[in-house]
Write a protein that binds this ligand. Structure first.
Ligand SMILES: NC(=O)C1=CN([C@@H]2O[C@H](COP(=O)(O)OP(=O)(O)OC[C@H]3O[C@@H](n4cnc5c(N)ncnc54)[C@H](O)[C@@H]3O)[C@@H](O)[C@H]2O)C=CC1
Ligand SMILES: O=C(O)C(=O)Cc1ccc(O)cc1
Length: 301
């Protein structure tokens, strides 16, 4: 049996539009309704037939929904939830796809007190944004981390988990603070490093922009892809997951200083040992099938 029959997606950018497409592909009888605060996005969503209906107000999009998924930047979650509070059916489940969970759960609890809130985070995405960047296979073979509050209704948690399984994801459960710490090191810090290194290269006085572009080796190119990610989304992630990111940044700075010292003092063993350890991590990621190069992982449109 399908976990839901009337799903509303609020925020029709990369993740929201991918969810619309994935739900319609995998569960064609589910009615999908969409809403976005930006009228231009709503117009595009209608033109590319993202949903059965795209409404002009947030309230109208939820009137008979049994699941509402908020797919807006993390610091806009509270406002998006407040916009639907009056019109949300009593039995509806509210979820979201935000990249950090403690702050988002607090915003949703404040805007929708007493409601059934089951947050989730699909660990799948690209550097692109907007309704035309989405694609139905985005979640195939990817993790979706469900982070329900301790007292959440187990049946509601299972229904949200089942929706994600149906669109191709593998579901894991975590408590929100642990999620935020894990993602701070595996996702948020790498983005911060990419933004920094690309910024550093573009600020150099003795190396021209054209040299940076012309001689960018594979590693730098990978950083430029990540550093092209959406500024609004990532500004929000760093401010909303401030504590976990600062903790991981502190650890990272100490490790970077140790490497700086090893280079200064010609400590080849320290460099070699670290690089050997990190190579093993990369190989185990590939063995576990979590590599982007694997067919059916992500980016096919
Ligand atoms: N981009 C990625 O790779 C991933 C993003 N996420 C999370 O998904 C969420 C959405 O990210 P994207 O789809 O990439 O962003 P996006 O920028 O492509 O889309 C966000 C959409 O939300 C709309 N919006 C903003 N405030 C709104 C409001 N109050 N009410 C209604 N609509 C509103 C915007 O107009 C925009 O169309 C974020 O919370 C992000 O942390 C999660 C996994 C991956
Ligand atoms: O494009 C990439 O490399 C990503 O890392 C995508 C991504 C961005 C944010 C998330 O919360 C999850 C996945």
């Amino acid at each position: 049996m399908l976990p839901f029959s009337r799903v509303t997606i609020i925020g029709l950018g990369l993740i929201g539009s991918s969810l619309c497409r994935a739900i319609r592909d995998h569960m064609p009888t589910v009615r999908v309704t969409g809403y976005d605060a930006d009228p231009q996005v709503r117009q595009i969503a209608r033109a590319i037939d993202l949903a059965d209906d795209v409404t002009d107000t947030a309230g109208a999009s939820v009137t008979d929904a049994d699941l509402v998924i908020l797919c807006v930047p993390v610091r806009a979650m509270g406002a998006a939830a407040a916009d639907i509070a009056q019109d949300l059916p009593a039995e509806a489940i509210i979820s979201d796809v935000g990249s950090c969970k403690v702050d988002v759960l607090a915003q949703l609890n404040a805007a929708l007190p007493g409601r059934c809130i089951i947050p989730a985070h699909p660990v799948a995405g690209t550097e692109n944004s907007g309704p035309e960047a989405g694609f139905a296979s985005l979640f195939h073979g990817r993790w979706c981390i469900v982070t329900p509050p301790a007292d959440a209704d187990p049946a509601a948690v299972e229904r949200v988990a089942e929706l994600w399984r149906r669109v191709g994801a593998e579901v894991e459960r975590m408590d929100p603070p642990h999620h935020d710490l894990v993602l701070a090191v595996t996702s948020h810090l790498p983005h911060l490093i990419a933004y920094t290194i690309v910024g550093t290269a573009s600020d150099l006085e003795d190396v021209t922009q054209s040299e940076v572009i012309k001689y960018s080796a594979g590693g730098f190119r990978d950083f430029t892809r990540i550093a092209a990610s959406d500024p609004t989304m990532w500004r929000d992630v760093f401010l909303a997951n401030k504590d976990a990111v600062l903790e991981m940044l502190q650890r990272f700075s100490e490790d970077l200083s140790a490497l700086q010292r090893a280079i200064r003092w010609n400590d080849g063993d320290a460099l070699f040992n670290l690089f050997t350890r990190t190579r093993a991590i990369r190989r185990s990621i590939i063995e576990q099938g979590q590599d982007d190069a694997k067919p059916d992982f992500g980016r096919s449109h």
